[in-house]
Design a binder for this molecule. Structure first.
Ligand code: NCD
Length: 330
């Protein structure tokens, strides 16, 4: 289901920044990319762009002073958790970070709904990463405060997809007309599930390059086919690399495999190195949600087309925008 939050909340566009009556995402959950339409994305990226400028100009400011964010991570994370914490702190807010759920009451067997009910007594917004698909949706059913999905198992990672798209916009200044090649673990990688869906709001061509065992789920292929998106599946990168504008690489998600022998056979399926890059367009960008294992040789890092470190920084601005928006300040 695609709803359009911005269009549905067309209030007075002349209200000042920080006025809740002009904040279309006020009190909303961020659970899936399917909740966004193109005008929502334009709105989010507009705010993210302002955040980028504010951070460059003043570093930290008081837009969310007095607000508290609980960040509850049941799975490992470096970038997502620290960028959410940094985002809240750069906006002058405070945090309750729970990264080691084994030291919280979760270890005593507390259910997710009860943990959520607890945190919302203390916080104004809850950021949740959980190994089960649909966990954020479940949390949102119990929470009166906004819940932000920071990754639900092999399901979705909507804030990553938003920052991925923002990266493409900032780096290439457009999305329409681009050919995007998603490579690696398309079966278990939640970032590519969300990104493919989000890209389907634009006029793009999608190439999927993966080992046969790690193909993009059929459900996503048919969802995008219904929207008229041109998609093609490949096992080799070489035939599609020269036409690619965005090469989005993912890690093989070891923790999702039940059969470690299967993991061993696919784990080194692709390695991008400087030689690979010689066949790519001069203006192509290479993206990766990170962490990388062996799939991008470190020798590629100095290539100006390597956008994966810049991508992390864009994540800060997008998460600042989302927090400000759901808390009614943008
Ligand atoms: C990704 C994730 O957790 O899904 N990382 C991230 O959030 N930047 C990708 C991954 O773990 O491979």
């Amino acid at each position: 289901m695609t709803t359009c939050t911005v269009a549905a909340n067309q209030t007075n566009p002349h209200l000042p920044f920080g006025d809740q009556r002009g904040a279309p995402f006020y009190g909303k959950d961020i659970l899936s990319v399917n909740q966004f339409c193109r005008s929502d994305l334009e709105y989010i990226f507009g705010v993210a762009h302002e955040m980028r400028e504010m951070v460059a100009r003043v570093g930290t400011f008081d837009l969310l002073k007095g607000k508290i964010m609980a960040s509850l991570f049941y799975e490992p994370s470096t970038r997502t958790s620290s960028s959410f914490l940094a985002a809240m702190q750069r906006l002058g807010g405070s945090i309750i970070p729970i990264n080691e759920v084994q030291y919280s009451s979760v270890a005593k067997g507390e259910s997710l709904p009860d943990t959520i009910r607890t945190l919302e007594c203390y916080a104004d917004v809850i950021v949740l990463r959980h190994p089960e698909v649909g966990a954020s949706e479940l949390a949102a059913q119990y929470a009166r405060k906004p819940v932000i999905n920071a990754g639900d198992g092999v399901g979705e990672h909507p804030t990553q997809a938003l920052l991925d798209l923002f990266t493409i916009m900032e780096e290439l200044q457009r999305v329409d007309g681009l050919t995007v090649t998603l490579l690696g673990d398309l079966r278990y990688g939640r970032t590519v599930h969300s990104l493919a869906r989000l890209l389907s709001l634009y006029d793009v061509r999608l190439n999927y390059v993966s080992p046969h065992a790690l193909r993009m789920p059929g459900e996503i292929l048919s969802e995008l086919q219904d929207k008229g998106i041109l998609q093609s599946e490949h096992e080799l990168l070489a035939p599609v690399l020269p036409e690619t504008d965005v090469l989005y690489i993912t890690r093989v998600q070891k923790e999702r495999f039940s059969d470690m022998d299967e993991y061993q056979t696919v784990k080194d399926a692709y390695v991008i190195n400087p030689e690979t890059m010689t066949a790519a367009k001069d203006r192509m960008i290479v993206m990766h949600p990170l962490p990388r294992l062996g799939e991008i040789d470190m020798a590629v890092d100095d290539d100006p087309r390597a956008a994966y470190f810049r991508q992390m920084e864009y994540g800060l601005y997008v998460r600042m925008a989302l927090l400000a928006m759901v808390l009614g300040k943008a």
